[in-house]
Design a protein around this ligand. Structure first.
Ligand SMILES: *[C@@H]1O[C@H](CO)[C@@H](O)[C@H](O)[C@H]1NC(C)=O
Ligand SMILES: *[C@@H]1O[C@H](CO)[C@@H](O)[C@H](O)[C@H]1NC(C)=O
Length: 122
């Protein structure tokens, strides 16, 4: 066999190995999250789907609370999605409180954070 051909074959073989390695690393990093517009008591009522997160992204869980007449924050609904630069926080918009949590440790991890007691959250 021609030396040149042999080198080409070897190059092709090694690039295949390298790219497969990269694919495996990416697959290991990617986490699938649940998407839901209205998530209640562990079930998605509307807008169900999924999304994939990679570097810097997280599976996001946003719990929406409403301030009721008895001066308590009551859980209204939960939304699930993927979000870049996801960080846990509480946001107050008048009588609405949005409490965000993030995870990327396992597939669909954000659906486990949506189950909260109906009582108020500090
Ligand atoms: C993710 O969503 C797609 C459609 O949006 C669906 O075909 C697929 O089965 C879903 N995957 C999982 C694991 O739920
Ligand atoms: C409360 O939840 C319902 C769905 O159960 C939703 O339609 C409504 O927009 C939510 N209210 C707020 C203020 O987010």
């Amino acid at each position: 066999m021609n030396k040149f051909l042999l080198i080409l074959l070897l190059l092709g073989f090694f690039s295949l190995v390298i790219f497969q390695g990269v694919d495996e690393v990416l697959a290991a990093q990617a986490v699938m999250c649940m998407v839901c517009e209205n998530f209640k008591r562990g079930n998605c009522l509307t807008g169900k789907g999924n999304c994939t997160v990679e570097y810097g992204f997280g599976c996001r869980t946003r719990n929406f609370f409403l301030f009721n007449q008895r001066n308590k924050w009551v859980h209204n609904h939960t939304e699930l999605d993927c979000y870049s630069h996801c960080s846990p926080n509480h946001m107050y918009l008048g009588h609405l409180k949005i409490s965000s949590q993030c995870c990327k440790d396992k597939d669909f991890c954000n659906k486990y954070q949506g189950i909260l007691p109906k009582t108020r959250l500090n």
